[in-house]
Ligand binder design. Sequence first.
Ligand code: CP
Ligand code: NVA
Length: 304
Amino acid sequence: MQTHLKSLHDFTKEELVTFITRAITLKTERQQGVVHQQLSGKTIGLIFEKPSTRTRVSFEAAMYGLGGQVIFLSGRDTQLARSEPLKDMARVMARYVDGMVVRTFGQNVVEELATYSDVPVINALTDLHHPCQILSDIMTVIEKKGAIEDLKIAWVGDGNNMANSWIQAASRLGFELILACPEGYDPNPEILTTALAHASKPITLLRDPVEAVKEADVINVDVWASMGQESEQDKRLAVFQSYQVNDQLLARAPETAIVLHCLPAHRGEEITDEVLESPRCVAFDQAENKMHMHKAILEQLIGD
Ligand code: CP
Ligand code: NVA
């Protein structure tokens, strides 16, 4: 298995399935009161250059839950903020910790840290990918619907980091993905082209959200302006209006379709309060599953 988790494309189908099945087992064991200590004596560093509630706390809870230790570093409090080269940061951190969990802007930051680090680097969100989130989202889909291979997964809204990681997951794991994005807000074209070259099921990019959800088993929605795009908020609000996941859109989907949102949500924008609070929306199970998934990832990448 790869040392680093930079994107889902780094892993084979079997390796991704291993993360998911192990996370499901770890969740069951936690419910049974099993105490884990497999990362006792290990320390991870969290380096976050963007805000986070779920990812930070779930990685910290995961590490402590496996008997390990965590050092949290806000990007602005490190010498990175004063332009220390990433290759120096990577080699210094690797002398102190057994793994680095990084949330940042450019994917190149994760790539460069990984190039120079002797310990695993885990992508906790960049502008291009959110791989650990999509693994816990797929775990949630499997919990709710059973195996994912025969499901139709819809993405409605921005072709952002989440959409890119869903595309890589669809290609690797072999499920159908239908994305509806407004013109000018498509997913990364290279990621889509590479994914299509390896995909065993269709990955389709459309403009019409109704078309995307009409046969969907799962409907994914995310914010219209991601972190770092705050200045585009007003423009995006106008462009994305017809992409809101609301009762009218859900009325066009199968009654059994569930709604996923990685949170944080902007109620009244990409999703209505009614949908987010409805039993069809599994956002809070997704949030919980991040902790179980992060345990599985940490165990696999930094465990002995
Ligand atoms: N879903 C997610 O990554 O949430 P945070 O930004 O709170 O970590
Ligand atoms: N696309 C969002 C995901 C937040 C968890 C962002 O990057 O801000």
